[in-house]
Design a protein around this ligand. Structure first.
Ligand code: NAD
Length: 283
């Protein structure tokens, strides 16, 4: 047993620390829309300085920066196509120059190119892999270099770095007609767990969030008419659609030292979608 006894007395006193992410810097990809936008604003509200990545929609990224600054936070918009190695390296350089370091990475950028298998082009398959999976790898690699360079700064966080991969319930729920998307999210799950194993000894925590049905532009057709919404609710035991802020709350928790003993897990934020509601009255 350590000299601290059974409890780790180096953990902060949360009651005296209302700003859970005070003094930390975060980079969120795809942060000018939907979930990424809410996560960027949420992390800033929790005290973090935030780099807001965008690839299309510079104005929307500047709006997120303005919203954070209006509340007294610090943010900077940073361009990169996350599937391009040089873009990602340049983005980290810019973000680290602007914010001092990166303590938290949320690789969130993602897209869908849906088609039945025999209709799916190689370009559609590849695009989803390039952005959803390779894009996360490229960002994680740059973030880990920075975490290793800086190491633990106890006054900021008890970990050297925190990575929160944006996955999906489709890392475990098969999804016909979306094989590229489901394969990319299944890939994120095993990349995340393998990274957690590799990086834990260096005090770097790697987790994922698995959103269910969240109200964003990626899935508008699934919720923007009463009929579509009712059909969607058949998959959601909690009987409401998720809001981007539901994901932001989970990201704040996983990024904070409150989650210091959590690594290698996906936190599903899905109103029970992964409870397979079709089995509630059958099976
Ligand atoms: P969204 O379309 O609102 O946001 C996606 C973001 O990714 C946008 O900002 C877009 O510009 C960005 N992006 C796309 N390609 C990029 C690239 N090459 N480089 C940089 N950025 C790029 O959708 P969202 O719902 O907010 O999705 C965010 C993440 O959440 C995605 O990874 C998605 O798979 C995941 N997710 C969403 C839901 C949901 O119900 N909305 C459910 C599960 C998982």
């Amino acid at each position: 047993m350590s000299s601290n006894g059974p409890f780790n007395t180096t953990l902060p006193n949360y009651r005296s620390q209302p700003q859970l992410l005070e003094g930390q810097a975060a980079l969120v990809t795809g942060a000018n829309s939907g979930i990424g936008r809410a996560v960027a604003i949420g992390l800033a509200r929790a005290g973090a300085r935030v780099a807001v990545n965008w690839v299309v929609g510079e104005e929307a990224a500047n709006d997120v920066v303005a919203a954070i600054e209006k509340e007294g936070g610090k943010a900077v918009a940073v361009y990169a196509d996350v599937s391009k190695e040089d873009d990602v390296a340049a983005m980290f350089k810019t973000a680290i120059e602007a914010l001092g370091t990166i303590d938290i990475l949320v690789p969130n950028a993602g897209l869908q190119r849906d088609a039945k298998v025999t209709d799916m082009t190689l370009a559609e398959w590849q695009k989803v892999m390039d952005v959803n999976l390779t894009g996360q790898f490229l960002c994680i690699r740059e973030a880990v270099k920075e975490f290793d360079r800086r190491g633990v700064k106890q006054e900021v966080s008890v970990a050297a770095g925190k990575i929160i991969c944006m996955s999906s319930v489709h890392e475990v729920i098969p999804w016909a007609g979306h094989i590229n998307y489901a394969a990319s999210k299944g890939g994120i799950q095993m990349m995340m767990k393998s990274l957690a194993q590799e990086l834990a000894p260096r005090r770097i925590r790697v987790n994922a969030i698995g959103p269910g049905a969240i109200r964003t532009p990626i899935n508008t057709d699934a919720w923007n008419t009463p009929e579509a919404y009712d059909k969607l609710m058949e998959l959601v035991p909690y009987n409401r659609i998720g809001e981007p802020e539901d994901i932001a709350q989970a990201a704040i928790f996983l990024a904070s030292d409150m989650a210091d003993y959590i690594t290698g897990v996906t936190l599903f934020v899905d109103g029970g979608m992964t409870c397979y509601p079709g089995f509630a009255e059958g099976g």
